[in-house]
Design a binder for this molecule. Structure first.
Ligand SMILES: [Zn+2]
Length: 142
């Protein structure tokens, strides 16, 4: 099996240039776009993280497990063995879920974070959120 080599990008604090975050190149992860530098304590915004509602690949979270299950079911069907097909599909789903579970957890945390009015205000102040989205989420915030 081929191994996928990931390229990483290192993000540094714009204020003191301390290295803070290592993320796979060309991707955005679900997380707070506002980070606090551990070195100088200042908050800054990053484009490498976005809250769940902006994350473009939401379908993947459940889509990947379903596709994996579908492929495995097809393998079982080609082998003309329904029992193996179903078992393989279940295994495919679990493997798929294992891949996306981290992001599912990140999404749950993101939704939780965005229920805070104080946090939403901060997002707006750093222009990490549009005024329209701010209004929308404020209505749902506690
Ligand atoms: Zn800093």
């Amino acid at each position: 099996m081929a191994t996928i080599r990931m390229r990483y990008m290192v993000l540094s604090c714009p204020n003191c240039h301390t290295r803070l975050l290592k993320v796979p190149a060309g991707t955005t992860i679900i997380g707070s776009p506002l980070l606090q530098c551990k070195s100088c304590g200042r908050t800054y915004r990053t484009d490498l993280r976005e809250e769940w509602y902006k994350y473009g690949q939401k379908w993947q979270l459940i889509g990947i497990p379903l596709i994996a299950a579908g492929v495995m079911l097809l393998v079982g069907a080609l082998m003309e063995n329904l029992a193996i097909g179903i078992l393989a599909a279940a295994l495919g789903f679990i493997i798929g879920l294992y891949i996306t579970l981290k992001d599912v957890v990140r999404m749950i945390k993101s939704k939780k974070r965005m229920r805070s009015a104080a946090y939403l205000k901060q997002l707006l102040a750093y222009r990490a959120i549009t005024p329209e989205d701010y209004e929308r989420f404020m209505r749902e915030a506690a």
